[in-house]
Design a protein around this ligand. Sequence first.
Ligand code: HEM
Length: 561
Amino acid sequence: MVPEWSWRYGFEPFAEYGDVFMTVSPVNCHIYIADREVITQITTRRDDFPKPAWMYRTVNMFGRNVVTTEGSEWKFHRKVTSPSFGEKNNALVFGETIRQGKMMLTKWTGEDGNGGITITDVLEDTMRLSLHVISGAGFGVSLQWPGMTEDGDLIRPLSNESTHRHTLSFKDALAGLLHNLLVVLVFPRWFLANAPFQWARKAAEASLEYQTYMNELFVEKRNEAIAGEKADGMDIMGALVKNSYGPETRLEEKKKPTTNNGDVERQALTDSEILGNAFVFLLAGHETSAGSLHYVLILLALHLDSQRRMQQDIDRIFGDRPVEEWDYNKDITAMQTSMIAAVMHEELRVVPPVINIPKQVSDESDQIVMYQGKQTIWPKGAVISLSALALQRNPKYWPSTGPSKVTEENNDLADFVPERWFVKNNVNGMQQREDVGIDGSAGKDASRLFHPMKGSYIPFSDGPRSCLGKRFAQVEIMILLAMIFKNYSVELAVDEVADDEAVEKMNEKERIALYEQQRATARSVMKNCSEIGITVRIKNGYVPIRLVPRGKERFIHLFKF
Ligand code: HEM
């Protein structure tokens, strides 16, 4: 009954009641799971444990898609959309993140790059960054940050054929839609547009503007596909349109395989399905990546030793090469086996954005699940949460590097310790799986990182319905970490306690004490102000940070590692 208990108490309830337990109320039965073998059964038996369809129904408003469908319809969507998330698109994500990261860094460190600016709206900026990266790599529309060029948030149609007079920029339409998502999904647009509240009319406006922009984009991409243009490095939506309208599709028309009853099997999405999928990519990839980037920066400001180690790896990988010379194909392998990847994996372990991944027992019949060698019967229709946060702190599966430095616990599994990903020995003598590498397979270098056991690490879920954008997100997070920490360190800002002049006058001991005090405040904000919505994020509070050029830190160098 404690709101946010999954976030507040982590593994504690599972230590008390067991790795799988059910709460029973007059409303429903709800099963919570932090056991890797049970989780593997749930994620592999898709038909027995589908997604709760009622949660997703409204997300079909722009067209049916890979997130909301089930059964053979989902299979079709997954088959058609997966190829557009391939290596070519990852390279595009790499390039777009660099482009966007540069603009964010200018905002955070000033035109002169001297840093020392206190940033309080970190989440707002990481939200903008992740939105812009999806816009660029997902839709092929590369956006500017305000103040960077004169046409930052330009209001203009995305297709020459359009005569629509837009009232919002593309970015504001995307952001406005996502900001008002719940009302837009629940109420019809005509109702919102005529409501006596300004917020409702704004929500309707954003939704209409978004739809019009996407229709314009679609027309442009369809024309390009028919003309056979833009084959390489294509954005995700472009690849979907090409699959439906490109010359290959027309050639292949006659060779389409047939199903058992002789029907022609569908190979391409309809226009509405393309637009529906574009919308859910935006939805699924925006808050998740932005939240991870936000938490990882705070965690690194708290864990200065890990920050230093990551910087050493960044120097080793990129040397003196300017960011313009970084190359996806050359650099990604080294990154995914370095401290950069360890920091990312660890952040997603301690703060998985989707804390409880929703599933349900099929409405058709009760299901048998093996738990601790015994058959258990799960009632039909029961709600299921794959409790990612608790699972990823379960001492059966994760190596502790010692007692917690933050709590009274005798293990450090609730602490952020990226170094644990370099622990070589198996946990409890059990075999670990070999698929943490970014490409899903363990290259020979990937042996440097710890390999969690199957079903014990699920920030992107697991099995056939796991996250389609996993590599997209991983590339984005890693490249941004490398860009920021190549030249800067992140420190907690202390303005609320001492101004710059006061810090300047402090001796070492006083500075260390001040930073420790800020650390405690930041930890408390993270713990008490984080809320679980679609993803977990800090609301009603903030942790201010500063980027400081390396070598000019005010605090980090005072701590001995
Ligand atoms: C750190 C970033 C991300 C995390 C932690 C994350 C996590 C997840 C999780 C847990 C699921 C399963 C949800 C469920 O079964 O209910 C999922 C599904 C999905 N994600 Fe992500 N995601 C991230 C980024 C992205 C990005 C960037 C995109 C696209 C650009 C994306 C696209 C999708 C899609 C399309 C699905 C549905 C797959 C299906 O049902 O077959 N995600 N994600």
